[in-house]
Design a protein around this ligand. Structure first.
Ligand SMILES: [Zn+2]
Ligand SMILES: [Zn+2]
Length: 170
């Protein structure tokens, strides 16, 4: 999805874009994330004084894995998108690192990597299937949401452990 820089700069009206692209390639090497739909975008690009602002919304459906019990979670995502591009001339000095825009010099801007990046930063680090997911038993691997197991995984206070030995029935 390309923005055409000169065309936008010479327009007075904002330009609207919508479309979609496939996410499979981007997530090929990302464990625990399976795209269930293309990424859809609805964006408006507005050029003013050599600056191109792009705002809008991204949406897609992804399958994530619960970080506790590994159950698949199919979830729709709707994410706001905003990016500022500053059109630079060859003679312009390098901008500082902490500017709030992306310097661009070419004739066109590929928005796809910016959209993919925005989606990535919005993904939960540790998705969970529900607030009270009990997770997998670290001993036997049983999904403790589905059934209880007999493993004793409570860590006892070492002093209590000593007492427990003491009271062990013969
Ligand atoms: Zn879970
Ligand atoms: Zn167990």
């Amino acid at each position: 999805m390309f923005l055409h820089v000169q065309e936008l700069l010479s327009r007075r009206e904002p330009e609207e874009f919508q479309g979609s692209f496939d996410l499979a390639e981007r997530f090929r090497d990302v464990r625990d994330v399976i795209p269930l739909s293309p990424l859809e975008y609805r964006l408006t690009a507005h050029a003013l004084n050599g600056r191109i602002g792009v705002t809008g919304e991204l949406s897609c459906k992804l399958r994530l894995l619960c970080s506790r019990c590994l159950t698949p979670i199919d979830e729709p995502f709707v994410i706001p998108f905003e990016e500022q591009f500053q059109v630079m001339k060859e003679s312009d000095p390098e901008p500082d690192e902490d500017v709030d825009f992306v310097p661009v010099t070419g004739e066109r801007i590929d928005l796809r990597p910016f959209m993919e990046e925005e989606l990535l930063v919005h993904l939960p680090l540790a998705p969970i299937c529900s607030e009270d997911c009990k997770g997998l038993c670290p001993e036997c691997g049983t999904n403790r949401n589905e059934q209880a197991c007999n493993c004793n995984t409570e860590r006892l206070d070492p002093r209590l452990e000593a007492l427990q030995d003491w009271y062990k029935p013969e």
